[in-house]
Design a protein around this ligand. Structure first.
Ligand code: SAH
Ligand code: SF4
Ligand code: F3S
Length: 484
């Protein structure tokens, strides 16, 4: 077995949908390994896809494939795709055309489409994209080695079966997109909510929780290997629920948080994503009692008007959402909160849009991921409602939402100036090798000069006093080192 080291030039995706759910190529690569068939993988979409690509890398490595960063020398090109908005799918289709010349030059090379587009379009994708050899849905990655054999024999291979079980519990992901400090750990798959706009329940299937013991074991192993932060991943982490086989005990998300936090005080715990309807006081109190559970909650609003929320089938009202935000701040006054917002959902009127802006102002989000509504075939909204807000109005409303969020982010960052935060160093700052970049508990990026604390390295903690900021970043100076 080749050892797979840190083999990525790309920074890891830290935030969900940070790149708008659209293109974010992730390359797996390593030193050329002679005699091995090589795979190259690119991931698009949410953290779950990036995490799944690490599972795919593990399955293929076990089957005798070696990763490569260079698609020119790959025998197998895999694209892990996203269907969340039309643009995300278009990005993948454009990307596929870029592989055409490679296939001409290397006739035996195979191209596989993985992930949500594979699941949504199934064998139709083979008809639409002639150069694709394999279509593999998110629950079928264990069969990849067989599918590669089939496709290698010239038969197009499709497996889009969804599973009712947590499919990959026992697989140790190969950390191909790792900085060696932070990692994603899947705790559940699928989604049972039926938000009217959303394709995920169709592409990812029913909710399934992974057993707590294997999650804790994976987190402990990461800690032992030097990782200092894990993000527990699921579409709806607050509905995590698993009955332990040996004890018969029901483990809730609050229990799971406490179990992972107990691994070591130096291991930070994050999670994503919380549905506002499901995040309980139990979870908030568990966060408050463990300093190593990060003070940060991604709490997608989607829309601020109760009427639109009802059409979206979000199951909460604007007042209920605002009460949840107040509750978070009551229990953890220093908690960071971010959101997802959709502009121009079906029937959205100007007053509904104003309601969204109003909830944003009241919630004082630290940051948000903001999108124009994009109708997805087969969803409740596509079947029931007309996509009736004209594009230019959607665009203008999105611009207003973005402008407001920029102001809120700046205000939030200005309030941090003068305060000292514990920062986990992740690596060099993007702009300068003379600066470290890390995050505080609230998930804000903080940059500070390396010369402040000689001898520090990625994975170390530092106390940093914020001296200035932009809307996106805090800049500071390191003070007395935090004892390790
Ligand atoms: N499970 C997560 C969301 C996953 S999708 C949750 O419930 O929070 C990520 C975000 O994409 C959503 O929160 C939503 O804001 C956005 N999104 C989903 N479907 C969309 C669509 N059809 N058009 C535009 N944005 C969409
Ligand atoms: Fe989609 Fe709603 Fe499920 Fe999130 S909770 S994945 S938005 S259906
Ligand atoms: Fe996209 Fe699928 Fe994630 S649709 S956002 S990759 S679950």
């Amino acid at each position: 077995m080749p050892t797979i080291k840190d083999i990525t030039s790309q920074p890891p995706v830290k935030d969900p949908y940070r790149y708008n759910g659209e293109a974010l190529p992730m390359n797996a690569g390593a030193e050329p390994i002679t005699g091995l068939r090589r795979f190259y993988i690119e991931s698009y979409g949410c953290q779950m896809n990036f995490s799944d690509s690490e599972i795919v890398a593990s399955i293929l490595s076990e089957a005798g494939f070696g990763p490569t960063r260079n698609m020119e020398e790959a025998d197998l090109i895999l694209v892990n795709t996203c269907s969340i908005r039309e643009k995300a799918e278009q990005t993948v289709r454009n990307r596929l055309t870029a592989f055409r010349h490679l296939k001409r030059e290397r006739p035996g090379m195979l191209i596989g489409v993985l992930g949500c587009m594979a699941e949504r379009l199934k064998s139709k994708l083979l008809e639409e994209e002639k150069l694709v050899d394999m279509v593999v849905g998110p629950d079928a990655y264990r069969t990849l080695p067989q599918l590669v054999e089939e496709a290698g024999d010239g038969r197009k291979a499709v497996n889009v079966l969804l599973s009712r079980d947590e499919t990959y519990s026992d697989i140790s992901p190969v950390r191909i997109n790792s900085n060696g400090v932070t990692a994603f750990v899947s705790i559940m798959r699928g989604c049972n909510n039926m938000c009217a706009f959303c394709v995920v329940p169709f592409t990812r299937g029913r909710e399934r929780s992974r057993d707590a013991a294997s999650i804790v074991a994976e987190c402990r192993d990461l800690f032992d290997r030097g990782f200092r932060e894990v993000t527990l991943l699921g579409q709806n982490v607050d509905s995590y629920c698993h009955i332990e086989e040996q004890t018969g005990q029901t483990i809730t998300f609050a229990h799971l948080l406490a179990m992972t936090a107990a691994i070591n005080p130096l291991l930070r715990i994050r999670f994503s994503t919380s549905h506002p309807k499901d995040i309980t006081d139990d979870v908030l109190h568990t966060m408050a009692t463990h300093v190593n559970i990060c003070r940060y909650i991604h709490l997608p609003l989607q829309a601020g008007s109760t009427r639109v929320l009802q059409l979206m089938n979000r199951t909460y009202t604007r007042e209920w959402y605002l009460a949840k935000v107040r509750r978070i701040r009551e229990i953890m006054p220093d908690c960071g909160i971010s959101s997802d917002i959709i502009a121009g959902f079906c029937t959205e009127a100007e007053e509904d849009h104003q309601d969204t802006l109003d909830v944003m102002r009241q919630s004082r989000y630290d940051f948000s991921y903001m999108f124009m509504y994009s109708e997805r075939p087969g969803t409740l909204a596509a079947r029931r409602y007309a996509d009736d807000v004209p594009h230019d109005i959607k665009k203008r409303r999105l611009e207003e939402i973005v402008t407001l969020q920029n102001r809120l982010s700046l205000e939030s960052n200005l309030a941090d100036v003068g305060q000292t935060f514990q920062v986990l160093i992740e690596g060099n700052s993007k702009r300068s090798e003379l600066h470290w970049m890390g995050r505080n508990s609230q998930n804000k990026v903080i940059v500070f000069p390396k010369s402040d604390l000689p001898g520090k390295a990625p994975g170390d903690f530092a106390d940093v006093t914020v001296t200035e900021c932009t809307q996106a970043t805090l800049m500071g100076v390191a003070v007395t080192p935090t004892p390790a």
